[in-house]
Design a protein around this ligand. Structure first.
Ligand code: UD1
Length: 421
């Protein structure tokens, strides 16, 4: 098993280039299933385990997928789809595999996907996805660990209200509605930049979607979508993680490719903490010459503070001046990083969905583990400033979502390496 070893205390300086967004590329790869007639080339595809997993899911459907990792290009040929089943082994690895249900239903009128099962950051149900498919006329049945959806006569446009603006449900329903007959209206959808990216991609293939990024999305179903090349947006969560790395190490880092519009709440909170953030058209520069101040954060659906930045921001708060309150409202049980940060000397108390962080002068390196993707990022950040050596296990969680993390941090001056145990 591989580990990360970090010797803390190095100031990060220089430029880091942000890769394509994990949470944009996964739904876009699922949406390639809707594209007919020719091969698709996706550009700015990050080299992540989650991309490998969804590629594997497509291959089990008989779709041809090849990934040029050097060039960041992924080629998908979905001109013919031979199978409609996604097996447990793949869905268990990555819940986002469920995103193929919408496109399969829309294109073939049928899909069978293993139930995703439990997950480290809460129960994460899929009821909203299924409610949307049912509203579009699909029949859903559950048995033997699989969910089957059928619409033998095709999907019919409908009005769908989401009780919560779920990102995955919005994406799945959007892909299904793109080829349903007639008009669909999705009320209270997620408004994340990744939703807009998916809608842009579907529209390039011939879909008619308006309002993505607002609180109502209107879709006029198209009879056929034609495969088209596409470039993925930069990863706002990766950008936010490097912004915090710069702030925590009292560094000076230019985060090239970051779109500040996508990460406003993180910028606002960093500024409130006394960190200097300078935005320009090509990226964001973050500098900090003193200890950040404690601030309160509360996660919310976009455009609120992203839950995917909560753990990393908390890592910064552990060494900030004063007391901070962190409230998680999007997921239950998303404080798995707290125990690991405590092992490193952080002072954090949890009360339900709220954590109270008392900033300490220094963290100390020790053996810790990545309990999920963003929790893993948080302990890497803590390791960058901790006294002595931090050893991080279970790094496969981090490999799911950070492209070339070690290489990028080393280029900024960090002392971090990956070792085989
Ligand atoms: C996506 C992101 C993930 C991010 C999350 C919230 C991808 C691949 N993953 O996950 O990184 O943390 O958005 O920004 O894009 N819920 C229901 N019923 C449903 C669906 C969701 O109750 O049918 C609940 C979930 O349990 C959770 C909340 O809604 O409490 C948010 O989940 P959702 O927005 O669906 O997240 P994902 O799409 O799984």
């Amino acid at each position: 098993m591989e580990k990360l070893i970090i010797n803390g205390g190095k100031r990060l300086t220089g430029t880091v280039k942000i890769s394509g967004a994990k949470n944009a590329v996964l739904p876009v790869i699922a949406a390639t299933l809707l594209g007919q007639d020719k091969e698709t080339c996706l550009e700015e595809v990050p080299n992540l385990d989650d991309v490998n997993t969804i590629s594997e899911v497509l291959r089990t459907l008989g779709v041809k997928v090849s990934h040029d990792k050097e060039e960041g290009k992924l080629y998908v040929d979905a001109t013919s789809i031979e199978n409609i089943t996604a097996p447990y082994d793949l869905v268990r690895k990555m819940r986002a595999s469920f995103l193929i249900m919408g496109p399969l239903l829309a294109r073939l009128g049928e899909a069978k996907i293993s139930l995703p099962g439990g997950c480290a950051i809460g129960t994460r149900p899929i009821d909203l996805h299924l409610k949307g498919f049912e509203a579009l006329g699909a029949q859903i049945s559950i048995g033997h660990g699989y969910i089957e959806a059928k619409a033998p006569n095709g999907l019919k446009g409908s009005r769908i209200y989401l009780d919560f603006p779920s990102v995955g449900a919005t994406e799945n329903i959007l892909m299904a509605a793109a080829m349903a007959e007639g008009q669909s209206i999705i009320e209270n959808p997620a408004q994340e930049p990744e939703i807009v990216d998916l809608a842009n991609y579907l529209n390039i293939m011939g879909a008619k979607i308006r309002g993505a990024g607002t609180n109502v999305i209107k879709v006029e179903g198209a009879k056929k979508l034609i495969a088209h090349d596409y470039t993925i947006i930069p990863d706002r969560i990766e950008a936010g993680t490097y912004m915090i790395a710069a702030a925590m190490t009292k560094g000076d880092v230019y985060i090239e490719n970051a779109i500040s519009e996508h990460i406003k709440p993180v910028i606002a909170k960093l500024k409130e903490a006394g960190v200097t953030v300078i935005e320009d058209i090509e990226g964001i520069r973050v500098t900090c010459d003193r200890r950040p101040k404690g601030v309160d954060i509360k996660t919310l659906p976009y455009p609120g503070f992203p839950t995917d930045m909560q753990a990393q921001f908390m890592a910064m708060l552990t060494i900030s001046e004063g007391t901070s309150v962190v409230t998680e409202t999007v997921f239950e049980n998303r404080f798995m990083h707290v125990d690991e940060l405590r092992r490193m000397g952080a002072k954090i108390k949890i009360d339900g969905r709220t954590s109270v962080v008392h900033g300490v002068d220094t963290l100390t390196g020790c053996q810790v583990k990545a309990t999920d993707l963003r929790a893993g990022a948080a302990i890497v950040l803590a390791g960058l400033v901790a006294e002595g050596e931090t050893q991080i296990g279970y790094i496969h969680h981090i490999d799911r979502g950070y492209d070339n993390l070690v290489e990028k941090l080393v280029a900024l001056g960090a002392d971090i390496k990956r070792v085989d145990q």
